[in-house]
Design a protein around this ligand. Structure first.
Ligand SMILES: Nc1ncnc2c1ncn2[C@@H]1O[C@H](COP(=O)(O)OP(=O)(O)OP(=O)(O)O)[C@@H](O)[C@H]1O
Ligand SMILES: [Mg+2]
Length: 270
């Protein structure tokens, strides 16, 4: 479970205005919920995920994951509870190491020495099983350097690594954005399967309104550092990509007005 209370992050460029990238945001995600996060460029999605992962410091508010108050924790301490896959397939994996070696690093991370994997054979078998379950064929490539694999294959391995110890929360910030459409589709399907099979709590940022409409149990639309739309259940299932395109267009039009007029327009469509 994720509980974000009054989270606020403000940035000020020298001489520039103060930007409230995350503006007093509160929401709770029950365990086992797959949440898709959308929003225009610069709306605050990555800052929000960074604040949860510990790469961005909160100016106010708190972050709880599975009952633990992570607010003052460093990124590496949070990693025990929070798994992540990055946009760049090269981030989070070591190119010169083999697929199995990368997985071994993930399997040992945060574990006391000696409590890792009893035998290399056991780790190999488990890694092969998990890879085969989400992309059959990948289990035959355990000994290849991960740097020799395609971006899509690398993201699948990254997913297996990030979820190896079944994190309390999985954060995905546009993890398919650097891939060609066919690979992006495969990685998204693999993500959905992994989240469903392991009953993970996940937050996935995407710019694909098709993915946003078709995936997940709940959808958050972030706009100017706030949550402008929060839908789940039947209302989420009925959302089409066209509905979301319409919402985006209205938000963009509202942005061109002065603040009171924009607020009226947003309330009208909320
Ligand atoms: N380190 C930083 N220093 C100053 N301003 C920042 C910093 N990081 C983000 N911002 C600003 O905060 C706002 C939110 O940025 P953020 O990256 O969270 O948006 P986003 O929704 O992830 O956008 P995108 O869809 O382009 O990834 C933007 O105005 C951005 O310029
Ligand atoms: Mg971003």
């Amino acid at each position: 479970m994720l509980d974000v209370r009054h989270a606020t992050v403000a940035f000020s460029a020298p001489g520039g205005p103060l930007v409230r990238a995350v503006d007093d945001v509160s929401f709770t995600i029950p365990a086992g919920t797959f949440v898709v996060v959308i929003g225009t460029n610069g709306s605050g999605k990555s800052t929000l995920l960074g604040a949860i992962a510990g790469t961005v410091r909160l100016d106010a508010g708190s972050i709880h994951v599975a009952g633990h108050d992570l607010t003052g924790w460093r990124e590496n301490r949070r990693a025990r509870y929070v798994g992540r896959v990055f946009q760049d397939p090269r981030a989070g994996t070591a190119s010169s190491l083999s697929v199995l070696e990368n997985i071994a690093v993930a399997a040992c991370r945060g574990r006391p020495v000696g409590l890792g994997w009893a035998t290399p054979q056991k780790l190999r078998a488990e890694a092969a099983e998990r890879l085969a379950a989400i992309q059959p064929g990948l289990e035959k490539r355990l000994d290849q350097p991960i740097g020799s694999m395609s971006g899509g294959q690398r993201q699948i391995v990254s997913l297996v690594m990030a979820t190896w110890h079944r994190p309390e929360l999985l954060l995905l910030d546009e993890h398919t954005a650097a891939l060609d459409p066919a690979s992006a589709d495969r990685v998204v399907q693999a993500t959905a399967k992994l989240v469903r099979d392991q009953k993970l709590t996940a937050l996935m940022v995407t710019h694909s309104l098709k993915q946003a409409a078709g995936l997940g149990d709940r959808l958050l639309l972030v706009h100017r550092g706030k949550i402008a739309l929060d839908v789940e259940g039947g209302a989420k299932r009925r959302l089409s990509p066209e509905d979301l395109t319409g919402r985006f267009d209205r938000l963009r039009r509202a942005d061109q007005l002065d603040d009171p007029a924009a607020r009226t327009l947003r309330d009208l469509y909320a």
